[in-house]
Design a protein around this ligand. Structure first.
Ligand code: NAP
Length: 509
């Protein structure tokens, strides 16, 4: 058994960021556990052709590790993966990581005041766990009749089989979300026939992607403040969108015009144009960016199929109209388990219930997207109500890291051994979140999306400006927590509360 002060689960943007911050705090007694073998998380796993980020590179990076040499305005997956690993090298945290270590259980031991972490490579005990597992890490396979019987090649977009040569093959792609619209133009170039199964047409806007010139990269590197200014400009322009998404969906009407123009530019056939035109408000589902998706759909070797899938057979797909289309391979680009992630079943809190069981009753919720009543000394990264549809998750991650670092400072100051958010504070916070979402496009936009949970609540997204999230995570608000000192834990039965005052913080957007 390995005993550490802090265990970080996941080596993506969150886990790596946490490790770097711990180092900067002078904390070395920690370990990072990851099932893969390099840093990167989702940017390591999603290797499908065309994988790239929809947030400009200078914003989709750590503020403390700017990269003046991004090759494009929107980075592609290999470059982001390289960036993350370079940052890890620069901060020397590779040696803290246990690779190929799948975490199978995280159980709170009240008597010991520590988490017991079971992994494929043995057991760890840690006083504090930072869960940087990411919301988009558990592929969701569609529940389609017969899908298990398909005898050809089938894989999820996040588990790309690069050993399988798709050249010249008959291929079906199920889904037209963020992953699919990047995959489809790449496959259209090389497969013999491509059947695209669309359940709901997405809004796809033009992508202002271009290579950076060597002069620009020189300027990013050498002109003081230039890269920071570029980042600030990108940040500000994206925040404007958040106002429309959260409070005034009609403000986004020009985006609909731009989306229609993108369709008209990319597709000449009126029937195909009609099929790809969404009937819900822009922003209700994630706004997608592509200049190549619509032209790909118009290619002679590509068919867009909008009849619902009835079943999958051993040789292909049959739609509700009875048409059978045989294929050699099926690419399943149907998203991820987000509000129902299997990860939640593996985290067992103080009363023996898993996070999945707790959230079964209440819906997925946390305090400031980070702490959950019943799960002491656990910090979720990119937890409930912190997701974004309009700007960089790295900004939210850094806000959470501020919160964590401030906690660690207070922990030292007050010798805190156990910290648990108060249930009333967590409840009130989430009432505020849901209230802020009432007028949002995600609620009123007339679409179904993974942003909503089984109760119909939007438990994934941060409502409003991200600088408000930065503001509420600047300081760790001890008053929102029940805390116990190390001495009290030692005495076991006589819990000594350091502070437990009413919390006053509310969410404003
Ligand atoms: P997604 O956005 O959830 O899209 C899933 C697609 O599969 C949708 O078109 C969905 O249709 C369809 N689908 C699901 N179940 C189906 C079924 N049973 N039958 C037919 N179609 C089905 O998943 P994703 O594309 O992997 O993206 C997930 C998230 O990852 C994104 O929202 C984004 O946050 C992130 N991402 C970002 C980027 C980027 O930055 N460029 C790229 C990839 C992913 P419906 O719309 O009808 O549900």
């Amino acid at each position: 058994m390995n005993v550490v002060k802090i265990a970080i689960i996941g080596a993506g943007f969150s886990g790596l960021g946490a490790a770097i911050k711990l180092r900067q705090q002078g904390i070395d007694d920690f370990v990072i556990l990851d099932r893969g073998d390099t840093f990167g998380g989702t940017w390591r796993d999603n290797t499908y052709p065309g994988a790239a980020c929809d947030v400009p590179s200078h914003l989709y990076s750590y503020s403390f590790a700017p990269n003046p040499t991004w090759s494009r305005s929107f980075s592609q997956q290999p470059e982001i993966h390289r960036y993350i690993n370079k940052v890890a090298d620069q901060h020397g945290v590779g040696s803290k990581t246990r690779w190929n270590t799948e975490v199978t259980g995280i159980v709170w031991d009240e008597a010991d005041g520590r988490w017991i972490i079971t992994t494929s490579a043995g057991e760890y005990r840690a006083a504090t766990v930072i869960a940087g597992v990411g919301p988009l890490c558990e592929p969701k396979l569609p529940d389609i009749k017969g899908i298990g019987d398909f005898a050809g090649e089938i894989f999820h977009s996040a588990q790309w089989n690069s050993d399988y040569a798709l050249e010249g093959k008959r291929v079906a792609v199920i889904g037209t979300g963020a992953s699919a619209i990047q995959i489809i133009p790449e496959l259209a170039k090389k497969v013999g026939r491509l059947d695209v199964y669309q359940r709901t047409a997405p809004w796809v806007l033009p992508r202002a992607d271009r290579p950076y010139s060597s002069t620009e990269n020189w300027a990013f590197k050498n002109i003081p403040g230039f890269q920071k200014a570029a980042r600030a400009g990108i940040y500000a322009s994206h925040e404007l969108v958040s106002f429309g998404l959260t409070h005034a969906p009609n403000v986004l009407a020009p985006a609909k015009v731009i989306g229609r123009q993108n369709i008209a530019r990319g597709i000449s056939d009126p029937k195909l144009r009609a099929k790809v035109t969404p009937n819900w408000k822009v922003g209700c589902k994630r706004i997608l960016l592509s200049n190549t998706y619509y032209p790909a759909l118009g290619q002679a070797n590509v068919d867009l199929i909008t009849d619902p899938i009835r079943e999958v057979t051993s040789t292909g797909i049959i739609t509700a109209d009875g048409v059978a289309r045989d294929v050699d391979a099926i690419v399943v680009a149907t998203g991820f388990h987000v509000t129902d992630s299997p990860t939640f079943e593996h985290i067992i809190g103080k009363d023996g219930r898993s996070m999945a069981q707790v959230w079964e009753a209440t819906g997925m919720n946390a305090y400031k997207g980070t702490t959950v009543h019943g799960f002491p000394n656990l910090f979720l990264m990119v937890g409930p109500s912190t997701g974004l549809g309009h700007t960089s998750m790295v900004y939210m991650i850094e806000s959470q890291l501020n919160y964590l670092v401030d906690y660690l400072t207070l922990q030292r100051k007050y010798d805190i051994a156990r910290v648990e958010v108060r249930s009333d504070v967590q409840h009130d916070y989430n009432v505020g979140i849901q209230k802020n979402l009432e007028s949002s496009v995600w609620e009123t936009g007339g679409c179904a999306s993974w942003y909503k949970d089984a109760f119909g609540n939007i438990t994934t997204l941060w409502p409003g400006f991200t600088f408000n999230y930065r503001r509420i995570t600047r300081k760790f608000d001890l008053a929102a927590y029940d805390t116990s000192s190390a001495a009290a834990i030692g005495a076991r039965n006589s819990t000594q509360t350091v502070t437990s005052q009413p919390a006053t913080e509310t969410v404003t957007s």
